[in-house]
Design a protein. Sequence first.
Length: 237
Amino acid sequence: MAELQGKTALVTGASRGIGLAVARELIAAGAWVAMVARSAEPLTRAAESAGGHAIPADVSTTEGVHTLAAYLGELLGDAPDLIVSAAGAFSLARLDQASPEDFDRQISANLRGPFLMVRAFLPAMLRRGTGHFVTIGSVAGRAAFPENGGYAASKFGVRGLHEVLRAEVRGTGVRATLVEPAATDTPLWDPIDPDARADLPSRASMLRPEDVARAVLFAALQPPGVQISSIAVEAAG
């Protein structure tokens, strides 16, 4: 496969889970991929195994994204062709028991991060007339589930952010895609142990990260005049 040969991509949350699976899929398709995550050691190991370029950064902060954009500007001379916002945070708690700190953590990782990425890289994409933002949303951005207050708020917000971005870039050559997976077996579930709870899907019944990554690749491989505005991905059966 070399459908993305010569293309550059940036994937956040790339040290594990969906982000790592997306990075691997894009690299296999021929793209040069900047893999971004907060923790340097796991990211370095992931990049070495995938063949990507590790860039430790916290993309939920203005400073982290500014440093990342400046570094890539020097390295590539331009914004990446494709930006995939896959970094995320997830926890469960009833609204009357959730901590403000945990709520803020999910909003920062899941919603503020994608906003900062658009703010940093969209101007260069608009100048050259090409570019593609892919944001990983969630089924929780369209349906309400108990104990999902912070997560749902962030993912409903991501969907709104995507729709505004799509409206603002229409006709510019820049594209925007929202990928909304159902429950996916990633390390975000590790602290929760869904197999021990009857009200949560079992990990065996969940999507695999690779399933979501293939949806991202599908959107990225469309010709320049075609935009896949959103993709809902769920397990069959």
